[in-house]
Design a protein around this ligand. Sequence first.
Ligand code: FAD
Length: 443
Amino acid sequence: MLQKVKIIGAGLAGSEAALQLANQGFSVQLYEMRPHQSTVAHTGDKIAQLVCSNSFKGLGKTTAHGLLKNELELLGSFLLSIAQKARVPAGESLTVDRDLFSDLVEKKITSTQNITLHREEVVDFSENIPTLVAAGPLASEALSQSIFKSLGSEKLHFFDAIAPVVEADSIDFNHAYYKNRWERGETADFINCPLDKDTYEKIIDKLVEADSVEPKPFEKNELFEGCLPIEEMARRGRETLRYGPMRPVGLYDPEGKRWHAVVQLRAENAQKTLFNMVGFQTRLKWGTQKEVFSMIPALKNAQFVRLGCMHRNTFIESPKLLDPSLQLKRDIQTQSKLPPLWFAGQITGAEGYTEAIATGWYAAWNMANMLKHGKNNLLPHPSCIRSLVDHLVAPNPDFQPMNFNFGLVPNLEGFKKKEKKERQAQLAEESVLEWIRESKIHQ
Ligand SMILES: Cc1cc2nc3c(=O)[nH]c(=O)nc-3n(C[C@H](O)[C@H](O)[C@H](O)COP(=O)(O)OP(=O)(O)OC[C@H]3O[C@@H](n4cnc5c(N)ncnc54)[C@H](O)[C@@H]3O)c2cc1C
């Protein structure tokens, strides 16, 4: 008899994982709560639904998302090959007819012998079956509460206020300097982007008049006073930001000059290739964000790997909870009396459609290995998927969801930007090809 595994959520991560686990000879019990129980963003009953844009982003091999897709293709991702079949013309990006995509995924799932699709909400972990949680950013309330209770109160976030993240080597250090406020701490960790009065006032004018993304009805009551969007702060008073995230005190520049306001950037990753704008959560439209931030002299030509946004987003504190195979750490599992659990998709903090498929593939392969052989055979560094997973599980007290981007791949010194990306791409691909050969995964 085939070993049973359970998957919660037939979204992007859950559907990819179901097909991979069925292909590996497991009896997959795939649970999808819609249409009986819906979410605020999904419509109807289609599985693997793209809730917002219909694009899986770029295909070019030296773009971050192109590289991630290339890796998924090498590794035999089912959903990526279905996306190719549902493709609509959109230049260099993989953009799909979303209904056709969902229909093809459902057809593949329902015609795969080892998969049973249950249209039912999973509310807890009472069944003692190895389980993959892929319930997404809008996981049902009952399941969220169950995770919340099992893993502890502070370990499940419900609202996501994301500050923009910028590539370190696109910051203009003619207009920026390293310093901690009042020079506290042993190393200067913050990058400071100073503003004179005129520039500050122009930014405030722009923020006050700027268009924001309308909050969805379910989000309206969830804005906390502690994490107001910058445009809301600017509307409350022209000086509010100077007393908040743009406070200049204790941040004199190396010549001792006191600036009117200072935007601080803090490292987003251990390699310090990415920096986030401290306290700059915002609902501004993306085009407006770029316009406003380019008014900051140090960020005039900055490359943003993530822009700010605020929406409900259920994600666990992966750095504390998951091991590098995306399995719930064994000691926490035992303590909490849970079945063996793996997590994939946005609920791990891997933001984006392609990232959901990638972590679905990854968790399923690790689950299969662990259940069959009692050990992991992890995809190596510096592959893109492993780099993304490293971001999810590396210690990080300010953990936030993240798209895959070049800043997550191990840094290389001594290259110009373009050559660095090409070399990083080459090393990532080579590591995957070697792992495929050694693991004999296509035989
Ligand atoms: C409003 C919104 C818009 C987004 N827009 C984009 C975008 O344009 N581009 C992009 O790249 N990323 C976007 N994202 C980010 C995110 O990566 C996608 O939502 C992605 O679909 C996540 O994939 P997933 O498989 O983790 O979850 P989902 O694709 O959401 O799949 C989870 C599935 O689990 C089901 N489910 C939930 N709870 C239960 C339960 N208890 N029992 C059974 N089934 C359950 C849900 O019905 C759903 O079908 C958006 C996120 C949100 C919240």
